[in-house]
Design a binder for this molecule. Structure first.
Ligand SMILES: NC(=O)CC[C@H](N)C(=O)O
Length: 317
């Protein structure tokens, strides 16, 4: 398809086609079952929302259904942590892909308690700890939630208390990661306080429309729309996009970059937030996961979207 042909009508058609195709798919992956509130989610759901640079919202499927954003929240805490600490944040967390599962502990011992990147659990816990600073967990959490609502321009975004409770009750591996990092001084607050904030921000629930809205600042140089209100600096937005491309899908990051060619961040709730710099912000969701914990159908849908629109950071429109 010629690049200039991407009209609003064409985008509507593409979103409708992909949503229909994904609804008909029989191979849907496996929903996360480490906590009951995620294990009971119906895998037969799919949603896709695109918000264009003109502010048009184009949705298909179950775009009004809320789901647990889980690790997608790590993008918002990174933005908040970077905004607050600036370059000093990188003393606490690296910027290299890990090539290991999201909850792996192995590299931490060899690398003196410094997590590889902000999107594996260890790195995200370190970032959360930096936001916590000397504040009370409730205040830090309130600040994170306010920030997400600001990014999405939507006050109707909240934490699912069921999911937060289950994470707290079963997050033994995250407890291990936090204590291990505390022993190296990577995190400075009592681990249980940092983890309380971490588990709660992972339990934020959103629709794909809200997720696409919350990702706009990464599509538009740190602003909520082209020329609109600024959330973070353009440089930080570029840095976060780079990290999403290289580390946003854990040990499936190379495959996602190869197939989709856009910065994206996944969560075990089945959500993926992706951006087309200068063009659009995307929220996609289907609860079934592939072997490395990324949404099977949302990855497939984004690959189809990239193919049919010609969107790629490697050949900008
Ligand atoms: N990959 C994910 O989405 C993991 C998030 C989950 N809350 C955890 O900490 O294990």
């Amino acid at each position: 398809m010629a690049k200039q042909d991407l009209s609003s009508e064409r985008l509507h058609d593409i979103v409708a086609e992909i949503s229909k195709e994904m609804a008909d798919e029989t191979e849907r992956g496996k929903v996360a079952d480490y906590i009951p509130p995620l294990a009971r989610i119906d895998p037969n759901q799919f949603a896709l929302t695109i918000i264009t640079k003109d502010g048009e919202v184009i949705s298909g499927g179950d775009a009004q259904t809320r789901f647990s954003i889980q690790s997608v929240s790590k993008v918002f805490t990174l933005a908040l942590g970077l905004g607050r600490l600036g370059e000093r944040l990188w003393a606490r967390v690296g910027r290299e892909p890990s090539g290991d599962p999201f909850n792996s502990i192995v590299q931490l011992e060899h690398e003196k308690g410094l997590p590889r990147n902000p999107f594996i659990n260890a790195g995200a816990i370190a970032v959360t700890d930096s936001i916590l600073g000397g504040f009370a967990p409730k205040e830090a959490l309130g600040e994170i939630l306010q920030f997400v609502r600001f990014l999405a321009s939507d006050e109707d975004i909240a934490i699912d208390p069921d999911v937060a409770r289950s994470e707290l009750a079963t997050g033994f591996r995250n407890v291990a990661l936090a204590n291990f990092m505390r022993s190296f001084g990577t995190i400075t607050s009592p681990p249980e306080l940092t983890l309380g904030v971490y588990f709660h921000h992972c339990a934020i629930a959103m629709t794909t429309e809200q997720l696409a809205a919350a990702g706009r600042f990464l599509a538009f140089d740190g602003r909520l729309s082209p020329g609109g209100a600024r959330a973070i600096s353009a440089r930080m937005a570029r840095q976060i996009n780079t990290l999403m491309l290289t580390c946003g899908h854990y040990d499936g990051s190379g495959e996602f970059a190869f197939r989709v060619g856009l910065p994206g961040k996944s969560g075990v709730g089945g959500g993926i937030m992706a951006v087309v710099p200068g063009q659009a912000s995307i929220g996609c969701w289907s609860p079934g996961l592939n072997a490395v914990g990324n949404s099977h159908l949302a990855s497939q849908a984004l690959e189809q979207l990239a193919l049919r629109t010609g969107w790629s950071v490697f050949a900008p429109r």
